[in-house]
Design a protein around this ligand. Structure first.
Ligand code: PLP
Length: 402
């Protein structure tokens, strides 16, 4: 599943080049850094890999969402539509920027359902964030067409789908921008880190300046140089050590995906023996980064019964219906409007009125899908021994079902 499995000599070599200069900062120090700009080079190579013009590195995938939304002009009074099956970071960032997350259904792609998306659009909708969950594409072409009709930008949360594509085009390159995460469990990792990719030069300059305290980058695109500031910013700068690791990991990304595709195929053959099993709808098998194998049992009871047997035999799958990090009805803090702010922000206005109330039963279509869903993370390295253990556990589950 993640790049940490293959962390090795290449990463160490890149890191040592930075340590040899002693310059950990991505900007300035022209004499000391001896021409080494790791973050800058990582941005250029990652953007090229995605087939877009610009890359903006930041400190995390969450920061990538926030910086992208800031540049897109999102803030209080705005609604942002995303899906009810995603990591909490997607909507945390929306609340942090002051906007309100609106949750739409997923379909059997396990990603945003275009039909429900269209129903959730209001006069306040300012952004749509489809999430390419678990390495495979959302119906991004349909989503983009709906968004275009309503003149609303699309930000692709591509945190889980580095290296994935749809019909030959990289995920993250369809919308106004795409955001990536390089946290420790993502397909490629820099320890902590994120990236925003875009073809829009103005958006890139705004992200570049916003993430660097508003420093003027106009005279030196992607870098500093000008005086004065056009707007307030903050600090989400990636450091050189992360950029160095990113370069080594990016060079391995296609190899990671190829290994995962092979291993996913091997596990899928075994899972296919389960009576009544069906698989997640993958729009483009070749473009799947294959980090996960997702499958459905006919009923909730069967999914739980199968997973009990798998778990008892050392090969339990993830049952997302009980997962408190990725699924709407389990986000108790969101549903309760729990916050550290004494004012109740972002769930309450200054006068105490609730800005938004979430109903745990609001996404029945997603519930009907996720209740029957089991997921195996797919490793980059899969030993014969582990595959044998999964096979034996699945044989037991087949017997238990019949
Ligand atoms: C991991 C993840 C993020 C956040 O990335 P971090 O680097 O951990 O902040 C955002 N969205 C999704 C869908 C993710 O899986």
């Amino acid at each position: 599943m993640p790049g940490f499995e293959i962390f090795g000599e290449e990463e160490k070599k890149e890191i040592m080049e930075v340590l040899d200069t002693g310059v950990l900062f991505r900007y300035e120090f022209p004499n000391e850094r001896k021409g080494i700009y790791k973050v800058r080079t990582f941005e250029e190579k990652f953007a090229a890999y995605c087939g877009v013009k610009y890359g903006q590195a930041v400190t995390s995938g969450t920061a990538a969402l926030k910086v992208a939304m800031a540049a897109l002009g999102i803030g209080p009074g705005d609604e942002v539509i995303t899906q009810g099956f995603t990591f909490v970071a997607t909507w945390e960032a929306v609340l942090e920027i002051g906007a309100i997350p609106v949750f739409a259904e997923v379909d059997e792609t396990l990603n945003l359902d275009p039909a429900d998306l269209e129903k959730k659009i209001t006069a306040k909708t300012r952004l749509i964030i489809p999430v390419h969950m678990m390495g495979a594409a959302a119906r991004i072409e349909e989503i983009k067409a709906i968004a275009d009709r309503h003149n609303i930008p699309v930000l692709e949360d591509t945190a889980q789908a580095a290296g994935a594509s749809l019909n030959g085009r990289r995920l993250g390159s369809f919308g106004a921008c795409g955001t990536f995460s390089f946290d420790p469990v993502k397909t490629m990792t820099t320890g902590e880190g994120g990236m925003i990719v875009s073809n829009d030069a103005k958006l890139w300059r705004q992200m570049s300046e916003y993430h660097d305290h508003g420093h003027d980058h106009a005279v030196n695109p992607g870098g500093r140089g000008g005086e004065g500031r056009s707007f307030i910013g903050s600090n989400y700068r990636m450091m050189e050590l992360q950029g160095a690791i990113g370069l080594a990991q990016l060079a391995k990304l296609d190899g990671i995906v190829a290994a995962q595709q092979e291993n996913k195929g091997a596990i899928k053959k075994l899972v296919a023996k389960l009576p009544g099993v069906t698989f997640r709808v993958i729009l483009d098998e070749k473009g799947d980064n294959a980090s996960f194998l997702a499958f459905f049992l006919p009923t909730r009871e069967k999914a739980q019964a199968v997973n009990k047997v798998l778990g008892d035999n050392g090969a339990g799958a993830v049952y997302f219906a009980n997962n408190t990090w990725h699924y709407y009805p389990k986000w108790e803090h969101l549903l309760a409007g729990a916050t550290l702010a004494k004012s109740g922000w972002p769930f309450q206005e200054a006068d105490g009125r609730r800005r938004v109330v979430y109903d745990p039963a609001a996404l029945p279509q997603s519930a009907a899908i996720i209740d029957r869903l089991l997921v195996y993370p797919v490793p980059v390295k899969l030993s014969e021994e582990r595959l044998g253990q999964i096979a034996a556990a699945l044989d037991k589950a087949v017997s238990a079902l019949s």
